[in-house]
Design a protein around this ligand. Structure first.
Ligand code: BGP
Length: 464
């Protein structure tokens, strides 16, 4: 069957500043929480590889943009590192960084690759973290000022902006499950952090719209459809709804509808962790919803009613309201430990169509991380990653089906272009269309999936 996508469908990949650029002496970049955390606790990072060992986009962006062209990109998403542009989080703007981002944006446009620019990809400047990071109201104001600087500097050419990538992740990682700095467990702080991210996003959207720059602004959410173990068991259904409220609707409803889900508010009030809200905040959130939505999809959640009595922490936790369910026979990515469930992307898009006014959206991340890809190298030195092609194709079939049924999906960004550094997992799992040889001057080699992606983009679809 032929899967053809709508005219002008965007094809490309997503990445982020902190995972690709590299940190170089003399360029005046300030530390982000990742730079600091790695210096403090390198043992937390896979093979002790830290954020300074990236794919060096900072040096090689011209070569990389040529490779994007060779692999059919019509768009590329990356982020501006706050700690590079404004090293102290507030105040002076780093001219070296302005030059760098200008060059990247101009080079993309000169090659007919539409830049999609995200403002926050887990990379709090350490100077702001010292003041409380997202726990603090000061960070909200500093972030909005940073966003404004970005719109002023680059908004003449960048027409697709995003306020956050996966804002639930710093909440989970930093304040509940300890895989991001500051790695504490505190539900009350977690809720305040989430609230400040939501507020910061709304305020940045407001600033952007007031500037009338003629582009669009949205947010990128990792949506994890929550399936109950047994749809006919009300306790399982209730548990799945709670997980959905915590991890999806918290950011989705506020971004698209400008409202907090009432069941979430009820739960948070019951366990006494409602955030501090100042006068006017709820109106700001209500009035400044997104123009478009990025959907990152990797895996669903399988949920059952709370059965275990073990508590993850002394205080309240989302997990007090559900248990994760290891569904027998589910297909897994063994390297990442994530379930592969292609239909999940269809369910997300259907939900957006039916319950969120069919908001304009695109798939902003989807991809497969694999450990030890060297074993798939053929005698021409090319990684034959058929599993990745299959993964993307299987998901795209469902995206296609959703579009046929009327979903408002405008494009697809695979995660990712070059193999890149990924937080505490460092280089454990490789996701790229293009391999990066860290031991050989970061040499780039297009994988089989990169050639396939080029055909996909050129044909605006595939046959399968
Ligand atoms: C998303 C993030 C990316 C990237 C990706 C793969 O959640 O937006 O930054 O890290 O996941 O994740 P990982 O490398 O942890 O497997």
């Amino acid at each position: 069957m032929q899967y053809t996508f709508p005219e002008n469908f965007w094809w490309g990949t997503a990445a982020s500043g902190p995972q690709t650029e590299g940190v170089f002496e003399g360029d005046n970049k300030g530390d982000s929480i990742w730079d600091y955390w790695y210096k403090e606790s390198p043992e937390l990072f896979f093979n002790q590889v830290g954020p300074e060992k990236t794919s060096v986009f900072y040096e090689k962006f011209q070569e990389d943009i040529q490779l994007m062209k060779e692999t059919g990109h019509t768009t590329f998403r990356t982020s501006i590192q706050w700690s590079r542009l404004i090293p102290n989080g507030t105040g002076e703007v780093n001219q070296t960084a302005v030059n760098f981002y200008n060059e990247v944006i101009d080079e993309l446009i000169a090659n007919d690759i539409e830049p999609f620019i995200n403002l926050y990809h887990f990379d709090m400047p350490m100077k702001m973290q010292e003041k409380g990071g997202w726990e603090s109201r000061e960070t909200v104001e500093a972030y909005v000022a940073f966003a404004k600087v970005c719109f002023e500097l680059f908004g003449d050419r960048v027409k697709k902006w995003f306020t956050h990538n996966e804002p639930i992740v710093p909440v989970e990682g930093g304040y509940l499950y300890q895989f991001h700095y500051p790695a504490i467990v505190d539900m009350k702080k977690a809720v305040q952090v989430a609230f400040h991210e939501i507020l910061a996003s709304a305020k940045a959207i407001n600033v952007y719209h007031e500037m009338n720059l003629g582009g669009e602004i949205g947010i990128i959410l990792n949506l994890t459809p929550s399936y109950p173990r047994d749809e006919n068991n009300p306790e399982d259904v209730k548990a799945a709804k709670a997980a959905d409220a915590f991890f999806n609707r918290s950011f989705l409803d506020t971004a698209v509808k400008g409202e907090f889900p009432s069941d979430l508010v009820e739960i948070l009030s019951e366990i006494d962790v409602l955030p501090i809200i100042e006068e006017g905040d709820l109106e700001t959130i209500k009035e400044n919803t997104v123009d478009l939505l990025g959907v990152n999809y990797y895996q669903p959640r399988r949920i059952k009613a709370k059965e275990s009595t073990t508590k993850l922490a002394e205080g309240p936790m989302p997990d007090d309201f559900f248990d994760n369910y290891e569904m027998p026979g589910r297909k897994m990515n063994p390297y990442r430990g994530w379930e592969i469930y292609e239909k999940g992307v269809y369910d997300i898009l259907k939900n957006l169509r039916e319950n969120y006014g069919n908001i304009k959206c695109y798939i902003s991340e989807n991809g497969m991380g694999v450990e030890g890809e060297e074993r798939y190298v053929n005698d021409q030195g090319i990684i034959e990653d058929d599993y990745r092609i299959e993964f993307v194709q299987d998901h795209l079939k469902y995206v296609h089906q959703a579009i046929q049924e009327g979903s408002n999906v405008r494009g697809y960004h695979m995660w990712t272009c070059m193999d890149n550094w990924s937080w505490t997992n460092a280089y454990k799992n490789r996701y790229g269309l293009i391999a990066v040889d860290l031991d050989n001057n970061h040499k780039r080699t297009i994988k089989k999936s990169g050639r396939w992606f080029n055909e996909l983009a050129k044909n605006n679809g595939f046959e399968a």
